[in-house]
Design a protein around this ligand. Structure first.
Ligand code: MD3
Ligand code: FE
Length: 226
């Protein structure tokens, strides 16, 4: 009796220091959903898979058509990869640095993308491109739209790993006020329907090293590009 009471009390005391529980699915718009922690059960398979992609197609800092070097480093896997240079943005079947096809999309990545899309109400998602963004402290992504894909009917699935970030979820015009969405290791966001073409970006990353990845944030975005 006494022991039981003590353990119930200590549980209640500890609960004061815990983060409030997060819902399984949080709507940002009619077609945009945060799935907190959805990728956590996949992490052990994702990290070695990402490492092998980066070995075959190393991270690089692309130059924009305007001549700016991006602070975010990028590589790709899948049939198509996104690239940029002074001539423009485009998807290509080969890595311009090596002339070789992009690494195949590892099965655990493809499975995570399909299951997350399905959990957000987009069944049958079959991405042909996975952009892998790598952020160091201070790296940012200014407001933009993802418009280089052929079919805006398919959603985009985004997976956050490592250091936390503040995501900016804007409107359909660049000057629309953007909502700030904190994203942590394991969070997945799915964007489709009328939210697919919203402006979005990432605030400069703080230096808050992650226990598993160190001072790095990795973001995977899965797309149907071709
Ligand atoms: C909202 N990456 O690679 S993913 C990108 O965290 C990109 O690295 C960010 O934006 C990152 O293009 C954010 C989230 C994302 C992707 C596509 C969207 C958000 C979106 C399309 C419409 C609205
Ligand atoms: Fe984007």
């Amino acid at each position: 009796m006494k022991a039981k009471k003590t353990s119930a009390n200590s549980g209640a005391t500890l609960a004061l220091f815990e983060d409030p529980p997060r819902p399984a699915r949080e709507a940002l718009g009619t077609g945009a959903f945060v799935l907190p922690g959805f990728a956590l059960p996949f992490v052990d398979e994702l990290l070695p898979a990402i490492r092998s992609v980066a070995e075959a197609a190393p991270f690089r800092h692309l130059v924009t058509p305007g001549g700016f070097t991006m602070s975010v480093a990028l590589t790709n896997c899948g049939a198509l990869g996104w690239t940029s240079d002074r001539r423009g943005y485009r998807y290509s079947a080969t890595d311009p640095d090596s002339g070789k096809p992009w690494p195949t999309m590892p099965e655990p990545l493809a499975r995570l993308a399909r299951e997350a899309a399905s959990a957000a109400g987009f069944d049958g998602f079959s991405p042909d491109a996975c952009l892998v963004n790598r952020y160091a402290p201070g790296a940012r992504l200014s407001l933009h739209q993802d418009k280089d894909e052929r079919d805006y009917g398919a959603p985009i699935v985004s997976v956050s790993l490592g250091m936390p970030a503040v995501f900016l979820f804007g409107g359909h015009v660049r000057t629309d006020k953007a909502v700030r969405v904190p994203l942590v290791h394991g969070d997945v966001v799915v964007w489709g329907g009328e939210d697919r073409l919203r402006f979005h970006g990432v605030l400069p990353l703080k230096d808050e090293p992650h226990p598993l990845l160190g001072a790095v944030r990795i973001n995977l975005t899965f797309r149907k590009a071709g």
